[in-house]
Design a protein around this ligand. Structure first.
Ligand SMILES: [Ca+2]
Length: 392
């Protein structure tokens, strides 16, 4: 998501923009004849800084949109839908002091239909913490959650207000995965990325269906750091990540794809594998970032990177597995929040050369999300939810 209002960042963006005016850009050129455009998916609905969209796994055809200030709104997946009532409002608990703080993630339990449980990731007001909580739906009203049902599963102190991560999703293994950023500021001053003793700078994997040692969750038996090294947090699935704002599972292969927001040089797409070190702050993209920081273990490089000429804040997306756009099946779609470009990458070959600009709508795309059928939506900070459309 958006980086803090650093003058340097804005300046480099401006320079990158000026550069584009006179420099022909091959990736840009490939996108000019895109068969696709973005279309407002729900013309009657508007949202306040929508940070995520997802569906409930219960065959009700409902969609849920998160608003950064702390509300979840629910509506039927139908273009003519007229309103989106509030499903949950925790805005009193949610901090919006930092640009990247707020209600950041939502995941429905795979057996939501039976147990009514869902999970959220937000920034706590008053105390600078990232919080992951369980909530339950009202058994009398499927479109309303019980605000008092909150059970906090996990919190982490955030040293700064940026780089909070924010994604939360169940894997095909039934475990809950979530991302925390490196804690913020710039350059990871506390080196949280190369530290297995903190939950920051990592993707975590926990079992929320059982409890252990007084914790409201347990550690899956095959988590990579369950048995050490000494001091390692057993929740960690993968580390060396700067700020994974969005990740997703390929619903066909189960692969875990992440967009890792870079510092000043490289935005990355990473294929996340348990136990792997993705390099930050020793590395940014394929390059050394802090030469004094020795990586804890072998570094897994990104699949692809892009530079400020293309964008400065990656919004990780999804491998498309829907049916409406056969040309996109098997492509990983992702965007840049600042430049508004949307790319595809072949999810099978994963070759950097397969990265192509799909279109350049120049919108602040905060997130992608899927319908039950795997059709993609995009949340833009103009308040609209978009979908891909081929006008042919
Ligand atoms: Ca990396």
């Amino acid at each position: 998501m958006h980086k803090p209002g650093l003058l340097l960042g804005s300046l480099s963006l401006l320079l990158a923009g000026l550069f584009l005016l006179w420099s022909p850009d091959p990736i840009e050129a490939r996108g000019e004849n895109s068969e696709f455009e973005l279309r407002v998916a729900f013309p009657n609905l508007e949202f306040d800084r929508p940070t995520y969209i997802t569906h409930a796994p219960d065959d009700t055809q409902r969609l849920f949109v998160l608003e950064q200030h702390g509300e979840i709104r629910v509506f039927e997946n139908r273009a003519s839908v007229l309103s989106a009532p509030t499903f949950l409002d925790i805005s009193k608990k949610v901090s919006r002091r930092g640009n990247e703080e707020g209600l950041l993630g939502l995941a429905f339990h795979p057996r939501f239909r039976e147990n009514g449980m869902f999970f959220v990731h937000y920034s706590l007001r008053g105390d600078r913490r990232g919080v992951v909580s369980r909530f339950r739906v009202d058994p009398q009203d499927p479109n309303r959650a019980l605000v008092d049902s909150e059970e906090v599963l996990l919190t982490v102190q955030q040293p700064y207000r940026n780089h909070n991560g924010g994604m939360i999703e169940f894997g095909p293994d039934g475990y809950l995965y979530l991302s925390f950023g490196d804690g913020g500021s710039r350059g990871d001053p506390k080196n949280n990325g190369q530290n297995l003793g903190t939950l920051l700078g990592a993707i975590l994997r926990i079992d929320i269906d059982s409890r252990s040692n007084g914790a409201p969750y347990s550690i899956p038996a095959d988590n990579p750091f369950r048995k050490g090294p000494p001091g390692a947090r057993p929740e960690i699935w993968a580390y060396g990540l700067r700020n994974v704002w969005r990740f997703s599972f390929d619903r066909t292969t189960g692969d875990l794809w992440a967009g890792d927001v870079g510092q000043n040089a490289w935005e990355e797409v990473d294929l996340i594998v348990g136990g792997k070190n993705y390099g930050w702050r020793s590395y940014e993209g394929f390059e050394r970032y802090d030469s004094r920081t020795q990586p804890l273990g072998d570094v897994t490089p990104p699949l692809v990177v892009y530079s400020p000429r293309q964008g400065v804040s990656i919004t990780g997306g999804y491998v498309y597995r829907g049916t409406r756009h056969p040309e996109l099946v098997g492509q990983y779609l992702f965007a840049d929040f600042e430049s508004g470009r949307i790319w595809t990458l072949d999810a099978n070959s994963r070759k950097a050369s397969s990265m192509k600009l799909l279109l350049h709508p120049r919108k602040n795309i905060a997130s992608f999300g899927e319908s039950a059928e795997g059709e993609l939506f995009l949340c833009a900070f103009d308040g609209r939810i978009y979908e891909f459309h081929s006008p042919r």
